[in-house]
Design a protein around this ligand. Structure first.
Ligand SMILES: CCCCCCCCCCCCC/C=C/C(=O)SCCNC(=O)CCNC(=O)[C@H](O)C(C)(C)COP(=O)(O)OP(=O)(O)OC[C@H]1O[C@@H](n2cnc3c(N)ncnc32)[C@H](O)[C@@H]1OP(=O)(O)O
Length: 249
């Protein structure tokens, strides 16, 4: 699933043009949707800022990453789970993001939070957890403040620039953190057989979480480049005003 992006032509070439574009966008969205999205984006920016401050404070006080996840897990779980609404926003059409792109992005995060880091306590102190936490946090503060300022029609160039440049480094760093964390979980999952269903059972089904994790890791190979190149195309469109027409997937 994809969307045509011809509307992006010349966006950002003049302030008056940007103002008209923002006003037109608000009218198209309707005031209820705009108000909800503004509230949602402010709440999410604040949530990820709280997480960032908590992580910096923890490290400054303790001087180690050990125990960091435990200390911030409630806030992380709350705000990352809240982000499921992003899929709903796409489905009901109040944001034009592809459902597929948002779905892969959000579900991989939910999976990392609940089915990996929350469920497998021995890996919570891995350095790789810090890697993806830092990448996610910086990304989300930038992304949600970008949406907020855009909706309020006062988008500082620095935030626009950060939104479409930081990911170049943060995406690979985040993905490396996620993959290394799943990798670190494998021996524990194999040993305990957690979340697995063995035969025989009355439903006659079997499921092996260990192999599911291996398949999930392998699925990053085709999926991650698609998200990354999608963001590179968005970068060319938003920062350089290029007209890009995406093919339907
Ligand atoms: C069950 C197990 C599943 C496992 C699956 C495993 C496979 C996973 C493989 C891939 C794994 C990826 C893991 C990710 C890790 C990380 O995140 S690491 C940290 C770095 N991450 C990033 O940099 C993330 C980059 N991604 C994004 O920015 C986006 O999330 C996106 C989903 C890729 C979408 O970007 P884009 O297409 O540019 O769309 P939007 O930014 O959403 O904008 C489109 C238009 O919609 C408007 N809009 C969107 N949301 C809002 C909002 N909340 N409020 C207001 N407006 C919004 C936006 O303004 C745009 O409008 P226009 O300007 O009018 O076009």
């Amino acid at each position: 699933m994809a969307f045509s992006e011809e509307d992006g032509t010349n966006s950002g070439t003049s302030e008056a043009g940007e103002d008209r574009e923002a006003l037109g966008k608000r009218r198209r969205l309707g005031w209820a949707a705009t108000t909800w999205l503004t509230f949602y984006n402010i709440a999410m920016t604040a949530g990820w800022l709280v997480l960032a401050i908590a992580m910096v404070r923890f490290y400054m006080e303790k001087g180690t990453h050990k125990g960091l996840y435990k200390s911030i897990q409630k806030t992380l779980k709350f705000f990352q789970t809240f982000a499921l609404l992003e899929i709903v926003h796409c489905l009901i059409g109040i944001v034009p993001t592809s459902v597929l792109v948002a779905g892969v992005q959000v579900s991989s995060r939910i999976f990392m939070v609940w089915l990996i880091t929350h469920s497998i306590k021995p890996i919570q102190n891995e350095e790789s957890v810090v890697l993806f936490l830092v990448a996610w946090t910086v990304t989300e503060i930038t992304r949600y403040s970008f949406y907020t300022f855009s909706l309020l029609n006062h988008l500082p160039y620095f935030i626009k620039w950060a939104r479409y440049n930081f990911f170049i480094i943060l995406y690979p760093v985040g993905v490396a953190g996620e993959l290394l964390t799943i990798y670190a979980a494998l021996p524990y999952v194999k040993k305990t057989g957690m979340f697995s269903i063995r035969l025989p059972n009355k439903y006659n089904i079997s499921f092996d979480y260990y192999y599911f994790l291996l398949i999930t890791m392998a699925s990053y190979i085709p999926l991650f480049p698609q998200l990354y190149f999608h963001m590179l195309r968005q970068r060319r469109k938003v920062l350089h005003g290029e007209v890009i027409v995406e093919k339907d997937d």
